[in-house]
Design a protein around this ligand. Structure first.
Ligand code: IMP
Ligand code: MG
Length: 330
């Protein structure tokens, strides 16, 4: 078994969807899995020129890869079917490719309702926290308990360890390491799960299977949630938000913007054992005409893009650092 993992190095919205699209299209994977999370996340993908987003369903399904909603995920039945319907319009046979781990947990309508006025953390209001709370309290419902979902359910162990001895799995992780419930940069401003390789291991994919860990970051930071993040005295940050179209894939909320915090992505890359770093959206900084970042608590401004890139690459000395601008690929 081989597993490659695509992880966010910051606060989510790094461009993991684009990286996943490129990898999924390579034809090298027998399976894709979303290891944790639910409808809180959103991968933007382009299918035949149409911009769409996947949430609980791994976006690799759009590229013909057998795709699993993992055992660490939570899903709401009607949202799952609505998403499947939406994606079926772009790829007609998608329902044959999508599977759900029988032990994934259910987000009930009540979980969603109870979160509608939530503003302390600034959640996506998808009922994520309530579903994981009930899972941990051992009063949750699993996918296999819901008649409508049963036909999609599989036993992950059987699927990956018995039926597919040569599985090559693309792990479409959600969010970013700063939002991990354990590695949280600012608890409680985080999600309710692990979001890095730990989430993959919790699906019964052993660490010995892990080949590559792609750490994805943008050339600037964004965050969506209740904590104050953006320096409101700096109009350039608004410009970056506008040019970069920084609105949440799931909620449509305007993301708060900051200059790239290198200390954060270096720390998070170390936590996940990143083998490759993919830096997205340099084109936005080029359009805005600003090459700036923070490192070691200090503000760095660069003459040009080459200086910026060299600085970033040097800080990840042994890793393969790729700058990628494609909205759909590496
Ligand atoms: P929850 O996961 O909906 O409970 O939200 C908790 C925090 O994580 C909030 O700040 C959300 O905005 C953030 N969050 C959750 N999922 C994503 C994501 O996929 N991208 C960006 N932020 C996310
Ligand atoms: Mg996203």
């Amino acid at each position: 078994m081989i597993a490659d993992i695509v992880c966010g190095l910051a606060w989510g919205d790094e461009g993991k969807g684009a990286v996943v699209s490129q990898l999924a299209r390579s034809g090298s994977y027998t399976h894709a899995i979303k290891p944790s999370g639910g409808s809180n996340s959103g991968h933007t993908v382009y299918v035949n020129g149409v911009r769409t987003s996947s949430h609980v369903i791994p976006s690799s399904a759009l590229y013909g890869v057998r795709s699993i909603v993992g055992s660490g995920c939570v899903l709401n039945e009607s949202k799952f079917f609505a998403e499947l319907d939406k994606l079926s319009k772009l790829k007609s046979d998608i329902s044959n490719l999508v599977k759900i781990a029988h032990n994934a947990h259910i987000v009930t309508d009540k979980h969603i309702e109870e979160e509608q006025n939530e503003s302390r953390i600034g959640t996506t209001r998808q009922g994520i926290g309530g579903a994981y709370r009930d899972k941990a309290a051992r009063v949750g419902q699993r996918a296999e308990d819901v008649p409508g979902l049963r036909e999609f359910c599989i036993d992950l162990h059987k699927e990956l360890h018995i039926d597919s001895p040569n599985a090559v799995i693309l792990c479409e992780n959600s969010q970013g390491i700063s939002l991990d419930v354990d590695l949280a940069e600012k608890y409680p401003y985080c999600t309710s799960t692990n979001v890095g390789p730990a989430a993959v291991l919790n699906n019964g994919i052993p660490f010995s299977a892990i080949r590559k860990v792609f750490g994805v970051a943008k050339c600037y930071d964004t965050y969506v949630g209740s904590m104050a993040f953006q320096d409101r005295t700096d109009p350039i940050l608004d410009k970056i938000a506008e040019v970069g179209m920084e609105f949440g894939t799931t909620t449509g909320r305007r993301r708060q913007v900051g200059y790239l915090d290198m200390d954060r992505i270096i720390r998070n890359a170390a936590s996940i054992g990143a083998t490759d770093i993919i830096m997205k959206k340099g084109d936005i900084l080029r359009k805005v005409g600003v090459w700036r970042l923070k490192f070691n608590g200090e503000d760095f401004r660069f003459h040009d893009e080459t200086d910026f890139r060299n600085f970033v690459a040097e800080k990840f000395n042994n890793l393969n650092v790729i700058f990628s601008e494609s909205p759909d690929g590496i």
